[in-house]
Ligand binder design. Structure first.
Ligand SMILES: Nc1ncnc2c1ncn2[C@@H]1O[C@H](COP(=O)(O)OP(=O)(O)OP(=O)(O)O)[C@@H](O)[C@H]1O
Ligand SMILES: Nc1ccn([C@H]2C[C@H](O)[C@@H](COP(=O)(O)O)O2)c(=O)n1
Length: 228
């Protein structure tokens, strides 16, 4: 861990599913003594709440009407990131197929995005040493003044192989189709879609190991910190 008297640094890491955002962001934050925020977990948490409360996911106005109800709390220690909804630990339930298949629809609703964006900005500004925030619209919308913006990419084949390795028994073809479908939905929504910010550094991770990606991002953050 190193943070010393360094000024807080804000790092935005965006990209499609399975490009390595969470693994990279957590490791970079831990190595540099920064906080870490998984914004996908927040969208999953509000989706979990909608599903658990019987809200019709196909009705954006029904989702919008209750978007302010659940209290979502994210813990930002990279060694132990946590997520609760109304005091319940939902770290496990938000990773189910049921939530994954519905999160794009819920996160496309503008009232949901406004609510979650406010939480994200508040956590980013209160991080004493700085923070690595990962998601889909961090560099474009949530933190447009971030010190460093990274956009991770990887081929659909590499991403599907990584995910299939994670989900024991999942076949690569259906995993590839599912992630392409989710990326298409996330990229085509009207409100703050998945997109690379004009001033983001693009890192193609297809042929890189995870340690190589982490090293590349740590170097970029250190350069920014030295220049502050
Ligand atoms: N460069 C890499 N080489 C090999 N495997 C990797 C690499 N980067 C990440 N992985 C692995 O790929 C899987 C997906 O990574 P991760 O969850 O970090 O991606 P993500 O972009 O956060 O995905 P999502 O947006 O769906 O949450 C994990 O099992 C991770 O260990
Ligand atoms: N900044 C963000 C982060 C996430 N989402 C939505 C879209 C994703 O499909 C979903 C789950 O994210 P993951 O856990 O796979 O990173 O959440 C978003 O709209 N904006």
């Amino acid at each position: 861990m190193e943070n010393g008297a360094a000024k807080p640094v804000i790092v935005a890491i965006d990209g499609p599913s399975g490009t390595g955002k969470s693994s990279t962001s957590k490791a970079v934050a831990a190595q540099l003594g920064l906080s870490y925020l998984d914004t996908g977990a927040q969208y999953r948490a509000i989706t979990w709440w909608m599903v658990s409360n019987g809200i019709d996911i196909e009705d954006p106005s029904a989702i919008a009407a209750v978007a302010g109800k659940p209290e979502i709390v994210s813990g930002t220690d990279p060694a132990n990131p946590t997520i609760t909804v109304d005091g319940t630990d939902v770290a496990g339930p938000i990773r189910t197929q049921e939530v994954t298949s519905q999160v794009s629809a819920v996160s496309a609703v503008p009232e949901v995005r406004a609510r979650i964006t406010e939480l994200q900005r508040s956590l980013a500004t209160s991080a004493e040493y700085g923070i690595v925030v990962e998601g889909r619209d961090i560099g474009t919308t949530v933190l447009p003044d971030a010190d460093l913006k990274i956009f991770l990419t990887a081929s659909p084949e590499a991403r599907a192989a990584r995910r299939s390795g994670e989900l024991k028994g999942a076949d690569v073809h259906s995993t590839r189709e599912a992630l392409i479908k989710r990326d298409a939905a996330d990229s085509s929504r009207k409100t703050s879609p998945l997109a690379k910010a004009d001033d983001a550094v693009e890192v193609d991770t297809t042929e890189l190991t995870l340690p190589q990606v982490i090293e590349c991002v740590v170097t970029l953050v250190e350069e920014k910190r030295a220049a502050k």
